[in-house]
Design a protein around this ligand. Structure first.
Ligand code: SAM
Length: 220
């Protein structure tokens, strides 16, 4: 009467094939991480049936876990090097899923979340999934995390009205910053690369993210 329980592993495989590979996500490290990590564990159990659908889902406190394709796209867009020890900074820990995906590609992830409840939940969840290379702190991510800078990549998973300047200063030479920038309702995903003293900017795709709040984001 309630239908067959969903096979989450099958749903995940299908998600990778239909939503990622068909839309040209091709970095094998990204595909392997998306294939391996259980997205359903990052959301409430009552939503598990929807865990591998092509959409963001609520995680409480008015926030969302991003659409799987967007997580894969942003991760791939960072062009993280794989020939040396690497660190990456994420702004907006949310459910912890993006941080967990990044943890499979780099040596150390630093992630900042302004909502303490969400940060604490992720601090419990990641070790339970065997992930031990993600450090999380509660705070305004618009300032970055200068103590661990410079980074091999920085990803912002909330939308800023303009590019937060402190983040640009925390990029290694050659590294990329990926950030949604624009009005509250819809933005462009921007990618910036530090090339010595120069910053090269490109607009990638239109997106719709929840707002980055704080000093370098929106007021509440
Ligand atoms: N990366 C997340 C994931 O994998 O689930 C999705 C993040 S959700 C779309 C955006 C997150 O950014 C929210 O959890 C929100 O609280 C957080 N956020 C908004 N402004 C922030 C700020 N200034 N500093 C840190 N986190 C912020």
């Amino acid at each position: 009467m309630f239908g067959k329980p969903p096979n989450l592993e099958e749903a995940r495989e299908l998600m990778v094939a239909e939503q990622l590979v068909k839309r040209h996500i091709s970095d094998p490290r990204v595909l392997a991480a998306m294939r391996t990590l259980p997205r359903h564990r990052f959301i409430e159990e009552k939503l598990w049936r929807s865990a591998y659908r092509d959409k963001p889902l609520p995680i409480g406190h008015g926030q969302t876990i991003s659409q799987p394709y967007m997580v894969a796209f942003m991760t791939e867009a960072l062009h993280l090097p794989d020939d040396r020890p690497t660190t990456v900074l994420e702004i907006g820990t949310g459910s912890g899923y993006q941080a967990a995906i990044l943890s499979q590609l780099v040596d150390q992830v630093y992630s900042i979340e302004r909502i303490e409840f969400l940060a604490e939940r992720v601090k419990q969840l990641l070790p339970a999934l065997g992930i031990t290379n993600v450090d999380i702190k509660v705070g305004d991510g618009g300032y970055g995390w200068p103590e661990h800078a410079p980074y091999d990549g920085i990803v912002v998973t909330a939308a800023a009205p303009q590019i937060p300047a402190p983040l640009i200063a925390q990029l290694k030479d050659g590294a990329y910053l990926v950030v949604p920038v624009g009005p509250k309702q819809n933005q462009y995903l921007m990618r910036l690369q530090r090339q010595g003293d120069q910053i090269v900017e490109e607009n990638l795709v239109p997106v719709a993210f929840v707002p980055l709040l704080g000093e370098h984001g929106w007021e509440r």
